[in-house]
Design a protein around this ligand. Structure first.
Ligand SMILES: Cc1cc2nc3c(=O)[nH]c(=O)nc-3n(C[C@H](O)[C@H](O)[C@H](O)COP(=O)(O)OP(=O)(O)OC[C@H]3O[C@@H](n4cnc5c(N)ncnc54)[C@H](O)[C@@H]3O)c2cc1C
Length: 562
């Protein structure tokens, strides 16, 4: 640990005993009033930055404000491999009843459900099967299965966390299906954290009224993906094309989705035509667009591809003006900037402290509020801790966890992060870690119904690419539940459609024409193409960013850039 940080750590150590004593008496830092939450969000959360958004000029959500980087993707020209095929007859290279786009949790759950319903399934996935945000999930999955809890309580928490902007019908399905999904995962062999009696260990997540977070150490997504991928592999009816990206939907003369154009990334971008009776989009989120220059916790392939394809096909999008910046991205060591420190650290009692070692926010506020509080502390009050590379962060006092719950808790609960930091010579049982908000989750997306149906016949969607479940703000642990609940629903409904409706008409790209006309009339440069597929990190730019790992300093709204 560099000397500059050691000095501030000493301040943290000075205040620790008093904080521990208060916690033992059951006293916590006061939570914010609803009015204060609103004020802090509006003044400090990146969603409210005046330069962060712009209105869409084209498409079904024309006039809606979305992050600038996303707007540029949504209003991009198709890739060359697509434009070359517009108007040409398309011979199918592959065909299946149900084609799944994306090999993360939602796509894999959809594949299993479709195969169980008797459909032949083909999954196109951009990287390897399982390379995804799902596999990176750390903290856990929320399910109301305890005596003191209920799906109703879970439902109310989700609506409150989402600022009452969620689609209540989707939330109802989510919470009702939770206990069934948990049993399914157990049957598949997922190893959850349990007491010696066999009872599940449950924890608090930010913004939740009950302990309902079920975890597998701090590698919950990895363990979940292990069992569902094994299950998918056990079905001979599921084929997987890895390193194959979907780049455009294919439609017939009636506007039904009847397949997808793909690109094989490892074979000099060979273009593929895939025919389907139904398609499930499960392409995940957009963290790698690095909104406002923020670092991200997301996997390499999170580049909004599904949103681009769906939007070009005429589908409306919702809630994309609100993004989730996770309060605890790693701020030091700087080469890890943006990677995640799970919310479970907060759930087990680690508080946020400024450079003087003082608490400044109740640590279990919802994520958006906590993010605003950290930015306020660093920008408004200049109470953040400067990192050697020019970044800033606040302390997450992790050693307090062992003092509260007994020596060994940190190693047991956070084996992944414990080992990772040990390799860097940082013992997280002994020293706090520096954290700063990181771009984490795409709250909104494609509009779906309770069966994962979109407004376009033949197209279903599930997981992070969709909007409505979480409204404007997701509470921790609900995404892992969502991808399984709605992945299964979408896969099952797609298989049913395939069975009832058979093949559609000839696949084509006719749906692109009106959209391309608007791009032309709006003067969008043809050099802007999408979907992005993989982010580019040009060396010179990346070196420049390393000097300021957090991008432009977040500003207080209307402050003129202080
Ligand atoms: C670090 C981290 C920790 C998290 N921790 C938690 C947690 O503890 N609890 C919780 O509930 N949630 C957590 N989340 C959120 C949660 O993991 C994700 O929202 C969820 O797993 C998304 O699942 P998905 O299947 O929709 O997308 P993903 O799992 O991201 O899968 C998307 C798939 O689509 C593929 N793909 C993308 N574009 C294309 C294309 N053009 N063609 C073909 N394939 C494509 C990708 O390669 C990938 O395989 C976390 C997220 C991150 C990043």
């Amino acid at each position: 640990m560099p000397d500059a940080l050691r000095e501030s750590i000493r301040q943290v150590e000075k205040t620790r005993d008093a904080r521990l004593a208060r916690l033992r008496r059951g006293e916590t830092f006061p939570s914010l009033t609803l009015a204060d939450r609103k004020a802090w969000l509006e003044e400090f959360h990146p969603d409210f930055s005046p330069d962060g958004k712009r209105k869409l000029r084209a498409g079904a959500s024309k006039g809606q404000e979305v992050p600038v980087e996303l707007a540029n993707c949504l209003e991009s020209w198709p890739r060359k491999s697509v434009l070359d095929r517009v108007g040409a007859p398309l011979e199918a290279d592959y065909a299946a009843d149900v084609v799944i786009l994306g090999g993360g949790g939602a796509g894999t759950a959809a594949a299993i459900a479709a195969a169980e319903a008797g459909a032949s399934v083909l999954m196109l996935t951009k990287l390897r099967h399982g390379d995804s945000n799902t596999v990176m999930a750390e903290g856990g999955i929320q399910v109301a299965d305890q005596e003191c809890d209920s799906p109703v309580q879970h439902y109310l928490d989700i609506l409150g966390g989402g600022h009452f902007s969620n689609n209540p019908a989707l939330v109802e399905v989510l919470v009702r299906e939770g206990p069934r999904v948990l049993r399914w995962l157990e049957e598949l062999g997922m190893l959850f954290d349990k007491y010696p009696t066999g009872r599940m260990i449950v924890r608090h997540g930010g913004g939740t009224s009950r302990k309902r977070l079920h975890a597998a150490g701090d590698v919950t997504g990895l363990e979940m993906m292990r069992v569902i991928r094994d299950k998918a592999e056990s079905y001979p009816g599921i084929r997987v094309l890895e390193f194959t990206a979907a780049v455009e939907l294919l439609t017939d003369e009636n506007g039904r989705t009847v397949g997808v154009l793909g690109e094989q990334l490892l074979k000099a971008s060979r273009s593929l035509v895939v025919k389907a009776k139904a398609v499930v989009m499960a392409t995940g989120g957009f963290g790698r667009l690095h909104l406002q220059g923020f670092p991200t916790s997301n996997h390499y392939g999170a580049t909004a591809d599904g949103l681009v394809m769906a939007y070009r096909a005429g589908l409306p999008l919702r809630d994309l003006q609100y993004c989730q910046y996770h309060p605890t991205g790693i701020a030091f060591p700087e080469e890890k900037a943006g990677l995640l420190l799970t919310e479970k650290f907060r759930g087990l009692g680690a508080p946020f402290l400024n450079r003087h070692g003082d608490e400044f926010v109740y640590s279990l506020e919802p994520r958006d509020v906590t993010t605003a509080a950290i930015i306020r502390e660093c920008v408004e009050f200049q109470n953040g801790v400067k990192t050697p590379g020019g970044g800033v962060g606040v302390w997450l006092d992790i050693p307090l966890i062992d003092l509260l719950h007994g020596r060994g808790t940190i190693e047991k609960e956070f084996p992944g992060r414990f080992q990772e930091f040990s390799r860097k010579g940082i013992d997280i049982r002994e020293v706090p870690l520096l954290a700063y908000p990181t771009l984490h989750y795409q709250n909104g997306g494609v509009v779906i119904d309770v069966d994962g149906r979109t407004d376009m016949p033949g197209l279903f969607a599930a997981g992070e690419v969709t909007g409505g479940v979480h409204g404007r703000n997701r509470l921790m642990g609900n995404a892992l539940l969502e991808i399984l609940v709605f992945g299964k629903k979408a896969g099952g409904a797609a298989a049913e459609m395939a069975r009832n409706n058979g093949w559609g008409g000839a696949p084509g790209l006719g749906h692109l024409e009106p959209f391309l006309e608007v791009l032309e009339s709006e003067g969008v440069s043809r050099s802007v193409t999408g979907p992005v597929l993989l982010p580019k990190y040009p060396l010179a730019e990346t070196k420049e960013k390393r000097k300021d790992p957090f991008g432009p300093t977040p500003r207080r709204r209307g402050s003129g850039g202080n």
